[in-house]
Design a binder for this molecule. Structure first.
Ligand SMILES: [Zn+2]
Length: 364
């Protein structure tokens, strides 16, 4: 096994024409698993907060409608591609009924909603685009989380380990993608220990066009928490949804940040497909900066937490091979489906608009 050091990882930086020179990395837990950030940026200080009405008008969205009043009013606005809902003071937003996380909670100024310009660029504008599977070079690297001495979490129902379920799901998805004419490669095909940076290097060696890391979650000893989470790398300038105690420096730029829009579109596409399997137990598309398997990827990359092995109901589902096969089928269909199919599917899932409320908060 190749033990990637900082030097090795830095020996394959993105073209100098697109990003500035590499900077020293921030400290992290395991030197073997560090992908150094490549640059620092200046977060724009002007035009940081944008009147939502103005953005809607110039981006083909209907004017924001007040859906609920109270201390955290909710605004919705729609275009031909879908309905967006934001809550004042909250990072949780909805896109066609699916949850995702903003970088900055929207705020009210002079009675009108304002959104951060980075959210408008990196979330709203990206979401209005549709993820398109590559026309050529359909090489996807599937990354079964953990393995070998790293078992991951364990199933409270069966006692089996996360590493077993991630490998099984990856194999099922691989078979379905191969049958559809894709090249689907696994970062590990048995119970072996694979460094995180080696998983990134594997995708690079095989010129992958997509990277999907598969995991299952745990909140043990909490047995209540359940649901699907999908992660992609936090855009520069934005705070992350999840830090797990790691430093989260918004000024850092990683190689994978060149794919910010595609990352989010891929995450949304796969997340929505899996919600149809798990009964729409939605914990949202989230942002993290510390995930090594995403940082250095020179391609769209996401990490899926496909349910909580600490929740008895989900643990039982995930232990069922038929359920894992349905997960794999949903992912394969989402990856290979045509844009037209995806648009139809998304349109059919758009929830009806919530009833408007009067200024006094009563429903119409
Ligand atoms: Zn995991």
């Amino acid at each position: 096994m190749i033990d990637l050091t900082l030097e090795n990882a830095a020996s394959n930086p993105p073209p100098a024409s697109t990003l500035p020179e590499p900077q020293p990395p921030v400290p992290a837990v395991s030197p073997a698993d560090i992908i150094p950030p490549v640059a620092k940026i200046e977060v724009p200080v002007r035009d940081v907060w944008v009147l939502l009405d103005d953005w809607c008008q110039s981006n083909g969205f209907s004017p924001p409608r007040l859906m609920t009043t109270g201390p955290q009013p909710v605004y919705s606005f729609a275009s031909s591609t879908g309905v967006m809902s934001v809550k004042i003071g909250s990072q949780v937003a909805l896109w066609n009924g699916m949850e995702y996380r903003l970088g900055f909670p929207p705020l009210i100024f002079a009675g009108r909603p304002y959104l951060h310009s980075l959210d408008l660029r990196k979330n709203f504008s990206a979401l209005t685009g549709t993820f398109l599977a590559p026309d050529t070079n359909r090489v996807i690297v599937l990354d079964p989380g953990h393995g070998g001495s790293d078992s991951g979490t364990s199933n409270v129902y069966t006692g089996h380990f996360e590493k077993e379920y991630t490998l099984d799901l990856a194999r099922r998805l691989q078979a379905l993608l191969l049958a559809r004419g894709w090249t689907a490669l696994l970062t590990r095909s048995n119970d072996s220990t694979v460094h995180l940076a080696d998983r990134v290097a594997f995708a690079e060696q095989h010129h992958a066009s997509l990277f999907v890391s598969l995991h299952f979650n745990s909140a043990f000893p909490d047995r209540q928490q359940s649901g699907l989470e999908t992660y992609c790398l936090t855009p520069s300038g934005m705070p992350s949804s999840l830090t797990r105690g790691f430093s989260d420096n918004p000024s850092l730029v990683y190689p994978n940040n060149r794919y910010d829009d595609w990352n989010l579109q891929l995450a949304v596409t796969l997340h929505r497909a899996l919600l149809n399997v798990n009964g729409h137990d939605d914990r949202g598309v989230r942002r993290a900066r510390f995930l090594t398997v995403l940082q250095g990827e020179n391609r769209p990359a996401v990490l899926i937490e496909g349910g909580y092995l600490s929740n008895p109901r989900e643990a039982r589902q995930i232990a069922d091979p038929d359920y894992r096969e349905r997960m794999a089928e949903a992912l394969a269909e989402a990856l290979t489906g045509s844009e037209a199919l995806r648009r139809t599917s998304i349109a059919s899932q758009v929830p009806p608009m919530a009833p408007m409320t009067n200024a006094d908060g009563k429903m119409n």
